[in-house]
Write a protein that binds this ligand. Structure first.
Ligand code: NAP
Length: 299
């Protein structure tokens, strides 16, 4: 294999160590302890494991942390009232509502009920707008994790051709918005391709990429002859393609890893690439929210 593996767990551990030090300094110098509440409605096993991992990490970093479990039949009004309570709680800087929510609750209404300054997932329209304008505190966790991986492993993408495959609101679109910022770690020339792009054009765009970020949700989609020699590949895709003999889900990314890694200079594996970064970026946003609340950073 020619490509260097970008190991998400190692980069995530490095960022967590930096955050831990920042949390200690915030406490010592300003008496601030970042506070995070994770709200879980029902007991969906996938959601339980995500929330548990978020809580575990926030405890490890020294946050004030609350896990708020609600019954699956909680009304939308009661959930909004709960958000209002946390919106007003000065000890809580970040509010995360674990998705998906039960069908009787309008997820958008709930996400829009979070105070944008505590919206550590950065899904609130106010934060989406702030990002586009370039005056923001938080970035959505998965694309922010991709940016960190690129910056720390490959280098500054300034002036590079970045091609993003996919335009979802949680990955593709914010990825574009992040990489076009006039900032360190961005300032790239960005193209976004999607199902509206004719396939031959899509391949043409992918072949131009210095950095190719793929979030399509199609297993092993990107082929070796669609990329140029030396490309940096960030594979966001997580696709279940069967079961292992031990009964675990067998995962594949959106990139034909074996073939593409022969041509790439850097590549993220699946699993173990982008995945470990997402929770770490949530923690980074919570520290930022605490600094924002204290006036240590301003928008
Ligand atoms: P999504 O909401 O399904 O969006 C997929 C996007 O890819 C859409 O914009 C779609 O285009 C585009 N697309 C689909 N097929 C395509 C094709 N053949 N050619 C070009 N574009 C195509 O998915 P998502 O939430 O962005 O997630 C994408 C992948 O990343 C999934 O595998 C997901 O599991 C994974 N993911 C991983 C993490 C992590 O932490 N590692 C986090 C989030 C997501 P249209 O808009 O035209 O439909």
């Amino acid at each position: 294999m020619a490509a260097k593996l970008i190991k998400g767990a190692e980069v995530a551990a490095q960022i967590r160590a930096e955050l831990k030090q920042e949390v200690e300094e915030l406490k010592a110098k300003h008496n601030i302890v970042p506070g995070l509440v994770t709200i879980l409605v029902g007991q969906d096993p996938g959601s339980v494991s995500y929330v548990t991992a978020k809580q575990k990490t926030s405890h490890e970093l020294g946050f004030y942390s609350i896990q708020d479990n609600q019954e699956p039949d909680i009304t939308e009004a009661a959930l909004l009232a709960l958000l209002d309570k946390y919106n007003k709680d000065p000890k809580i800087h970040g509010i995360l509502v674990q998705l998906p929510l039960p069908k009787h609750i309008d997820s958008n209404k709930v996400l829009y009920g979070i105070n944008p300054d505590k919206d550590v997932d950065a899904f609130h329209p106010v934060n989406v707008g702030r990002i586009l304008i370039g005056n923001y505190a938080f970035l959505p966790c998965t694309p922010a994790g991709c940016q960190e991986l690129i910056y720390r492993a490959y280098g500054d993408p300034k002036g590079k051709e970045v091609v993003v495959v996919g335009r979802s609101n949680i990955v593709g679109k914010p990825m574009v918005a992040i990489m076009i910022q006039k900032r360190v770690g961005a300032n790239a020339t960005v193209t976004c391709v999607h199902t509206g792009t004719p396939k031959d054009k899509m391949i043409e765009h992918c072949r131009r990429a210095d950095i190719l970020i793929v979030a399509a949700g199609v297993p092993n989609y990107i082929q070796a002859d669609w990329v140029k020699e030396g490309v940096c590949v960030i594979d966001v895709g997580v696709n279940r393609i069967g079961m292992t003999e031990s009964g675990k889900a067998k995962l594949a990314g959106d990139v034909d890893f074996a073939a593409v890694s022969e041509k790439a200079s850097f590549i993220t594996p699946v699993p173990g690439g982008v995945g470990p970064m997402t929770i770490t970026m949530l923690m980074k946003n919570t520290v930022m929210a605490a600094k924002l609340a204290a006036g240590l950073v301003k928008l």
